[in-house]
Design a protein. Sequence first.
Length: 395
Amino acid sequence: MSTPDFRRLADQAVNLLRSEKSRELLVVHHDDADGLCSAAILKEALRREGFTVTTLCLEKVYPEVIADLHSRAEGIILYADIGSSHADLISDFNHGRSLTIILDHHDPKPSRDPRVLDLNLENLGFKGETDFSGATCCYLFAKALNTENLELAYLALVGSFEIPKGYLSINKTILDEALKNGIIKVKGKNFEISKLNLNVDVLFSKLQILGAVGYYVGGPDLGIDICLHGVRSDVEKVISDLEEKRKVANRKLLEKLYREGFNETDHIQWFEAGKVYTGMGTKVIGQFCSFLSYQTRLIKPNKYILGIVDVPPEIPKWGRLKDNFIKASVRVPEHLQKLIDNGRLPGAVSILEAASKGFGMADGHQYAASVIVPAGKKLDLINNAEKAVCVSKGS
């Protein structure tokens, strides 16, 4: 399944890809389940085409890292479930050098470089919050590369499991296609991946742990492997240990919030994680904020939830960041989601983009977003976020 417009863009990207002299290819991908599924789809599909594929998992688009990756004269770069929100910046760093293909579902910015192709379906009128995931976009690209990649459809469905409203629009068509071809099958109230004998929701949960909690201990590479080959007993043990580590940390932070409460502005309830998540990836703060959005006894349903965590300077498989950063994740309680939908309040990504303008890198969706800013800009970020809500409301 594909839209005619996407197929045209994908065919253009595929033709350019095949015309490149280099057979070396870098896949830069996100660290959640969607990002790992996206990377697995591209790694397998491109391996079949004779490319040598290296993967690099990034929690966020760091300008320092992107500048380095695009400073090289040769090579091909694909962004999977990451990059669209900074296609303008990527274009400036690329400056016509590397063929760059972005396959993402986060709110996009326009590319300024003809060698940077963004195939985000949001550019074609679909919604990344409901209609498709990063893995969906990667899967459709893989099918344009070779129709035999139909058998990777299950990874589009695992990646899209993060979408709260279920399989709609493009994802629904992929689901029907996968069922028809026996790639997945109905098992009770769940879907089982025929190749792996593993339920879609189970694989999704395992990937969420490996990518986020295990970011600094090789979790993303293990995640890509289990996407394609299933879960070995030794990997199951790794996942179990990481999950327990996160549960202990979550309990400590939850107890602290019940004991001390949130810091608050008129529209935002915020907290700092301190050192509770030491050794884990920063994605865990967003996962915890998502969990908080359902804790109606603890949170205020009429305020945005914002969590802050320090960013470790080491980027696995790349190197060390020069400066110190914090990450802030925003989640939107259900009550506020309705106000965002009808235009009465700004979405999460809109708030963070305005709040970090000039010093941060924000991306995400209207109900869930995050930003990386210099460590010394924490209070500026909070104050600017509050102002952004007030300006949007006209108050």
